[in-house]
Design a protein around this ligand. Sequence first.
Ligand code: GLN
Length: 392
Amino acid sequence: MTSYGAERVATFTESVIRDMTRLARAHDAVNLAQGFPDFPAPDEVKEAAVAAIRADVNQYPITWGAPDFRQAIAASYSARGWADIDPEREITVMCGSTEAMAAAFLALIDPGSEVVLFEPFYENYGPDARLAGSVVRTVALNPPDWTFDPDALRAAIGGRTRAIVVNTPHNPTGKVFAGEELELIASLCIEHDLLAFTDEIYEQIVYDGATHHFLAQLPGMAERTVTISALSKTYSVTGWRVGWAIATPGLGGPIRKVHDFLTVAAPAPLQAAGVVALGLPASFYRQLRAEYQERRDRLCDLLERAGFTVSRPAGAYYVIAGISDHLARHGLVDDRAFAQWLVEEIGVAGVPGSSFYARPELGAEQLRFAFPKRLPTLDEAGRRLARLAPRE
Ligand code: GLN
């Protein structure tokens, strides 16, 4: 087939995550690949969306976001100690954090610039960088606790570096960046005049009392950080595509231009429902964390019983499982072969580790499992995975 693709998409591959979801469907496998909940969104949030549609909140909202939704976003940060966000000038509502990150790249990164990613990294950032014509430099997060070597970060920064992407809590490792790590990143951003794009979509999902910190709140960082988050994960509405970017006008202005011409606006009735979502009481977030912690522990326990090595995530809703024993025992060459075999023979889908690395060989002995799933779903995965358990 002749490809008419432009040069900028020539090196794109299909999303491995969504590909695994398709494969899971074809084989009726338990889908622990793509990170989306299989349990319902909160009733009051769904009812608010229905009510908004009935009340005819069905036309274009203001491009930067419905004013009451932007106010609700600012209030939610204010309640968590970030008090001075101006909803008029500093918040842009987007079609999910995916659009927000792509728009940040397109609006703020010139072709030929370099961007630093912590590796492994969520698969979108590579194509985002390429859309902007920029080049990725990586800094390793080292298992089992996924810390990074400060000198490796310093070494990744050169004359062409323009931005560092910081995803915390982190997909796929579950790392929650520590305050001191963010301070180091901030000091290097200031020293080298770099921007920071943060992906904080899992900000409410942290375990064992871990604390999520906002990079933008560190001294000198407000004017060089684009803070990105969304309704998707916190309120279990990944299909709504409602997110936002917070940035001072110097950064947010160019992002607004991209958003204006790419998508015009995010869905109006779902922004109205977002006001209700962001207004949920503190007990909602406590329960969210408690339920996710139970799911995390359930999945990690059953993976360990099935012979995977697991580093328990501190946040987000994924776990990286080491598969080297299984590869050896079943004569499979790598993570991709294992992922395919696991769907077809065992009936459980995960994501091959290599899809989170610029150098795929680094992920060849890893598989990512997602656990935003009902306990019975995880238990069913556990029953199937038990067939892998090494015999005593
Ligand atoms: N963020 C989700 C994940 O990492 C969904 C991503 C996607 O559809 N590409 O699984």
